[in-house]
Design a protein around this ligand. Structure first.
Ligand code: F6P
Length: 546
């Protein structure tokens, strides 16, 4: 492995000065050749500096992935630090057996899905109703993986929404509860408390607030509550009827959980049939990931391009740019999926990671981003590999001219990033404007684009429940491949713990306990000196004294 990394680094050093356009000059077929097609999707990586030797070395890096992939699909405990399988693929599987600890888990998965379908059908038909009649609205209370998946998918699949209106309440900021509940009728609102652990402070605080809001108008608010959790004792303590509790197993990681009970809100919104199509998309991607040779494997190629850009070229971030307004929460979803999975400092065996961990992922939909941060993508000093996603067809046939414009913009941006504009071209532009002399030189300099900025483009036929399933499963597997190559555990998240613990220490300080927040005190008594100074100032601003 070390030798492969060294050879890749040496190859990069030897070829760095060669522009990507030279690869197209040498191979006019590169646009078609450097692409992977699978089940209607098309992933183009031709606008990167990866040439044949680099590809060979990258594929060699991935040679150990197959064994780990099979370990995942067969239910082995690949989440070693938590002693669990990572079996989100079982949530969308049809055929088993899939064995965990000597037990086939598939029957349980299918039974849970069937219960969700029954509940969703009954709610959508009004057979299960609120104390004021048929449910008009559903509020999903959850955070992180218990929010981002269904929230992202509900936006993405808005054209298929034919059930109660969906709302997502996640932030402990009271503004979120206030704004989410504004205009809702407590008598016709169904609340789903989604929390794997049922201890997450934001979710439990919001659940309590919403219950009190409902209790002001409804005699038995808990009757309008459902829960999604792996902790039935805690949902019972909260007072939620076990009939309305949808359990799942601890081998489903939060950020991989949209496919099962955490997707209940989505199923209520789009119906069980469309939800099944979403699962079918994920399943199709699983089959592709398992069977396709490495070089023709979408997830493997996405991961290898990512490895090339982040690990070999040293670009610290990656922009995800869906040219699809309904995918506007996809970057946030991917931030959790990728950064919580691969933002790790040690390898599986606890050794310090010798390489950078996974990249910073960020983004916004196009074309909006073009009028915001694309300036930096084109002319800033940092090179940001861009991942464009665009659908061939929109869901608005009457507005197909919008879709054509959207696609044209997407392709134009990746083209501009690649090609750039050199100084002679810029000079010609300013000359045509009638400028000359030093002012022309000054103005021309501002119009130079360095170009040679890498990007990939993922084409989907249309954004549907099925293709969304393909897309999300594709990104899950990409994360898996990157994690496997780096030798890290992509399925734990110890890095979120410290902040949670410290919040527990800061709250008493804010409430005037633990020494009154005096700045001069040392590290003891809760809070470092900077935190204690901030607490003192906040207490002053809140009119609560020092
Ligand atoms: O704090 C991080 C995290 O544990 C995520 O991994 C998870 O998706 C989120 O919190 C919510 O957790 P839960 O579903 O247990 O409320």
């Amino acid at each position: 492995m070390t030798e492969l990394w060294q050879r890749l680094a040496a190859h990069r050093a030897a070829t760095e000065a060669r522009p990507i356009t030279a690869l197209f000059d040498a191979d006019p077929q590169r646009g078609r050749r450097c692409a992977v097609a699978a089940d209607g999707l098309w992933f183009d990586w031709s606008k990167t500096a990866i040439d044949a030797p680099a590809l060979g070395l990258l594929l060699a890096l991935a040679s150990g992935v197959a064994a780990r992939r099979e370990a995942m699909f067969s239910g082995a405990q690949i989440n070693e630090t938590e002693g669990r399988a990572a079996l989100h693929v079982a949530l969308r599987a049809l055929d088993g057996p899939i064995m965990v600890d000597g037990r086939d888990v598939l029957a349980g998965v299918h039974a849970a899905l069937e219960r969700m379908r029954g509940f969703a059908r009954a709610v959508r038909a009004g057979r299960i109703a609120g104390q004021g009649g048929r449910y008009t609205d559903v509020v999903n209370i959850g955070i992180g993986g218990s929010d981002l998946g269904p929230a992202m998918a509900a936006l993405a699949l808005a054209p298929w929404a034919d059930g109660p209106r969906l709302h997502f309440l996640s932030n402990v900021d009271g503004a979120d509860a206030t704004d989410t509940l504004r205009g809702l009728d407590p008598k016709t609102t169904l609340v789903i408390v989604a929390s794997k652990t049922f201890t997450t402070v934001e979710t439990m605080t919001n659940a309590d607030t919403v219950r009190r809001w409902m209790a002001a108008s409804v005699a038995r608010p808990e009757r309008q509550f459902a829960a999604v959790s792996t902790a039935p004792a805690r949902t019972a303590d909260f007072g939620i009827d076990p009939q309305a509790v949808f359990g799942f197993e601890d081998w489903v990681g939060g950020r991989f959980s949209v496919w099962g009970p955490v997707g209940l809100s989505l199923m209520l919104g789009i119906g069980p049939e469309r939800f099944d199509e979403f699962l079918a998309g994920g399943r199709a991607m699983d089959a592709h990931f398992r069977a396709a040779p490495l070089a023709e494997n979408l997830a493997v190629m996405l991961a290898l391009v990512g490895i090339w850009h982040h690990q070999i070229c040293g670009y610290p971030t990656r922009a995800v740019l869906p040219y699809a307004q309904r995918l506007r929460r996809l970057p946030a979803y991917l931030q959790q999926l990728e950064m919580e999975s691969n933002g790790k400092g040690v390898t599986m065996d606890g050794q310090a990671l010798a390489r950078p961990s996974g990249p910073i992922v960020w983004g916004e939909p196009g074309t909006n981003g073009q009028h915001a941060f694309f300036q930096l993508l084109h002319q800033g000093s940092a090179v940001v590999p861009c991942e464009f996603i665009v659908a061939a067809r929109g869901e608005e046939p009457a507005l197909d001219h919008h879709q054509r414009l959207l696609i044209a913009n997407c392709l134009a941006q990746s083209g501009a990033l690649l090609r750039g504009r050199d100084l002679p071209e810029a000079r010609a532009i300013v000359a045509a404007m009638g400028l000359s002399g030093p002012e022309a030189e000054r103005q021309a300099a501002h119009r130079v684009f360095p170009g040679n900025r890498p990007s990939t483009t993922l084409l989907i036929p249309a954004l549907t429940p099925f293709t969304l399933g393909q897309l999300i499963a594709l990104y899950e597997h990409r994360v898996f491949v990157e994690g496997a190559i780096l030798g890290i555990n992509s399925f734990d998240q110890w890095g979120v713990e410290l902040g949670k613990e410290l919040a527990g220490e800061v709250l008493p300080l804010l409430e005037g306990e633990g020494g009154g927040g005096g700045e001069g005190q040392g590290q003891g008594g809760g809070g470092d000196p900077s935190t204690r100074a901030l607490v003192a100032e906040l207490r002053r601003m809140r009119g609560e004294g020092a």
